[in-house]
Design a protein around this ligand. Structure first.
Ligand SMILES: [Fe+2]
Length: 398
């Protein structure tokens, strides 16, 4: 922790009740009813419906007598119009609560619909940016049911929405946007294909590592981040290799939630500054994208917080006995590279990012608010080096 950063008031709020367990979704309807909701807008995507993941949700709601309207129009990197369409359906059907079933896109869309319903204005007015308004009203009762283990949006105090006009993914957030309840059931995760398991799991690891090492870190977020790192290192390969491994699925669902808590109401660091700005320009899946960036970002950053990087190595199972702090810190970076290799994450180039975009992407990442939290001082040149490292255009520095 740096002294100048410690001179601000730190806080931690946990507005979301967390309920979880194998088969937990069967209790969903009763839990939603306990929030005083009797007409839900269910926010999801067509993939979740086609995979049958919505079926146990519908059964549970029906059993509890909770009526609902289904909105399955969510897409990846949800744009403003997808939010607006959901808001229209919510208001048109006199709903009094929200239920998000899916990954980060569905949960963030539901949060943004909640912002529009509560404030009576487009969510764009509540972007976390100079000249925009902070949230002033709590969103209607929102329950999140994650069907991936990664984003942590089930408990985070953020929604990320795309503004197509600016090719920009913006954040809106604070405690008022958090879900009231999350029901986490790893049985909903067993049908996730390996690439999605890998990408979303690496996103969780990235949240934990970035939040553990960033300037906003504090003891309470450190504690959840470290356990999330440990779970990812221990269970992500198993969940990737054997989707039916319910123990691994359970641990990863907890890792994602714990890593989400480590966000607190703050932000992450360079890997999220890069992946978020890139995602606004190229419609790329966030998980595999951030997975390719995490190693190079850590390679750049470890010198900013060597003790913490050394502890990451330990959490990842590296035997650091006899190593200096710097040696152990570098082992954390190597352990992440090894994990990315084992999970067969495609390179950034294979994900469709052209390397001649590096100058623009570096500049956009530098301007992202999450640059501020990065553990090592970073400028546009620093981001260029990280991007070049992602494309193997520079020599490794370790
Ligand atoms: Fe993320």
């Amino acid at each position: 922790m740096r002294f100048e950063r410690m001179n601000r008031l730190k806080g931690f709020e946990m507005p979301t009740a967390v309920k979880h367990g194998i088969g937990a979704v069967q209790y969903l309807g009763e839990e939603v009813k306990n929030l005083g909701v009797d007409k839900l807008l269910v926010v999801t995507d067509k993939g979740v419906c086609a995979a049958g993941l919505i079926d146990p949700v519908v059964d549970s709601l029906n059993k509890a007598g909770v009526s609902f309207v289904l909105y399955d129009g969510v897409v990846a990197n949800p744009p403003l119009e997808v939010v607006a369409a959901g808001t229209k359906i919510y208001l048109g059907n006199n709903c009094n609560g929200l239920l998000a079933v899916g990954g980060g896109s569905s949960m963030d869309t539901a949060k943004a619909i909640g912002v529009e319903v509560a404030h009576g204005e487009p969510v764009l007015e509540y972007e976390c940016a100079d000249g925009k308004k902070p949230l002033s009203k709590r969103i209607p009762p929102l329950t999140t049911v994650p069907t991936t283990a990664g984003t942590g949006s089930e408990v985070t105090q953020w929604a990320v929405i795309t503004d197509p006009a600016r090719q920009f993914k913006f954040n809106t957030g604070g405690p008022l946007i958090a879900a009231h309840l999350t029901v986490i059931d790893p049985e909903l995760h067993v049908s996730m294909p390996p690439l999605i398991t890998a990408g979303t799991g690496m996103d969780a690891l990235c949240h934990a590592i970035e939040c553990y090492t960033c300037h906003y870190a504090q003891p309470i977020t450190d504690s959840v981040a470290l356990l999330a790192i440990e779970y990812c290192a221990k269970y992500l390969r198993r969940a990737f290799a054997n989707g039916q491994d319910i123990e691994a699925r359970y641990a990863m669902s907890q890792a994602a939630m714990l890593a989400g808590l480590s966000y607190g109401s703050e932000s992450a660091g360079a890997a999220h500054a890069m992946s978020q700005t890139l995602g606004g320009i190229i419609p790329i899946a966030h998980g595999p994208c951030v997975a390719t960036m995490l190693g190079p970002v850590m390679e750049f950053n470890w010198m900013g917080e060597p003790e913490k990087f050394a502890r990451i190595a330990q959490a990842m199972g590296v035997n650091t006995f006899g190593m200096s702090v710097d040696e152990a810190a570098k082992e954390a970076v190597l352990a992440v590279y090894e994990l990315v290799d084992d999970l067969c994450i495609p390179s950034l180039a294979d994900q469709g990012v052209p390397e001649d975009m590096i100058p623009r992407l570096a500049k956009e990442a530098f301007n992202d608010p999450q640059t501020v939290g990065n553990p090592r001082d970073i400028d546009v040149k620093g981001y260029e080096w990280i991007y070049k490292r992602c494309f193997d255009l520079v020599e490794p520095s370790l």
